[in-house]
Structure formats: C-alpha cells, structure tokens
Ligand binder design. Sequence first.
Ligand SMILES: Cc1cc2nc3c(=O)[nH]c(=O)nc-3n(C[C@H](O)[C@H](O)[C@H](O)COP(=O)(O)O)c2cc1C
Length: 188
Amino acid sequence: MNPTLDTLLHRNSLRPNQMQEPAPSDAELQTILRAATRVSDHGNLNPWRLDIYRKPAQEKLVATLLDIWTQKNPDADAALTAKKTGFVARAPLLVMVSSRINRASSVPRIEQILSGAAVCQNLIIAATALGYASCWLTSWAAYDADAKQALNVTPDDEILGFILLGSPAASASERPRPPLDDVVVWHE
Ligand SMILES: Cc1cc2nc3c(=O)[nH]c(=O)nc-3n(C[C@H](O)[C@H](O)[C@H](O)COP(=O)(O)O)c2cc1C
C-alpha cells in the first residue's frame, strides 16, 4: 500500500504511560516539525507556535501546573493531582501547539485556529510515519487562564494541544471508527 495512506489508515494514539524512551532524535524532530508546519494557512499567517519541552523542562512544567492546580483544587486527592499535572512529563517529549492569532488580518480567528489544528495533526502523522507514538491532549491546563499565562499564551490565544511523543511501549488497542455512511453525505 502507499506508505502515506498506510500511516493514515493505521494511526492510533497511545497514552503517555504506553510510551517509553527514546524520543525522536534532534534530526527526526526537525523533520517532524517541518512537516507539522507545512499546513494549509489562509493568508500565510503562520498563526501558531510550537513549544518543545524535553526533560528537565517537562519537570519544571509539572511544578508550574502543580502550583496552579493545587491553589484551585486544594482538596483534590494526591492521585488526581498527580494525573492532572504530571501528564506533561509522562512521555519522553512534549510539544505544545498554541495559536498566535493575527488580529490585523481579515482571516477569521476560527480559520487561524483550524490551521493550528492542522499543525497538531501533521505533527502526529509525521511522528507516526517515523515509528513514534503520539497522543494529543488538552486537559484542564489548555483552558486555565493562569496556566496559559505561565506558558506565555495570551488570553486571546488558545493552547491547541499538548502533544506527547515517545517510542511505543505497547500496541494500541484499535477503537471503532465510524462507518463512512454515518458521517458522509453523498450529493449527486
Ligand atoms: C483537540 C483534542 C484534544 C484532546 N484532548 C484530550 C485529553 O485532554 N484527554 C484525553 O484523554 N484525550 C484527548 N484527546 C483524544 C486523544 O488525543 C485521542 O484522539 C483519542 O484517545 C482517540 O485515539 P485515536 O487518536 O487513536 O483515535 C484529544 C483530542 C483532540 C483532537
């Protein structure tokens, strides 16, 4: 089968706890990032940013999220707190994709965000094509004003994804995909 279609037709997410070292090498990551940023983009605005976190930066990010989470959820139990804050360091590499909306442009905000979503999906596809595992998460942190500020994302912008990457440590369980007849309408 055509290798691009093979990747697209067989991609599955793996949870961060199903990933292990190594992360993509620097050279592989460059390729993944080039593929990720080669997206459709109305107005050629590049209205997105990619923040790369490796360890120890991932651990510092956990500490930042922990401060914010515990202030807002002082009664949360330790397991929940660890889950809600530790996810960003639970895989070998984290890429945060966020919008950088160009407000001077007439291109609608939604279209600039959609271009950023394409960045996320291209990133995942490229990592999959190189044999890496990936998972696109948002969690509470993408929508928390203080977390956004700590991550240098303005209130007007959006955290589009925390994308975790690593080597597969398990095989993905196949989940049902929608029958085409459920989601496709043919017009003749
Ligand atoms: C924008 C976006 C945000 C997501 N955020 C989360 C999340 O916070 N937690 C989660 O468990 N899954 C989240 N997911 C879903 C997973 O990334 C994944 O798509 C899902 O587990 C299905 O697996 P699949 O990619 O193999 O279809 C998100 C997906 C998208 C597109």
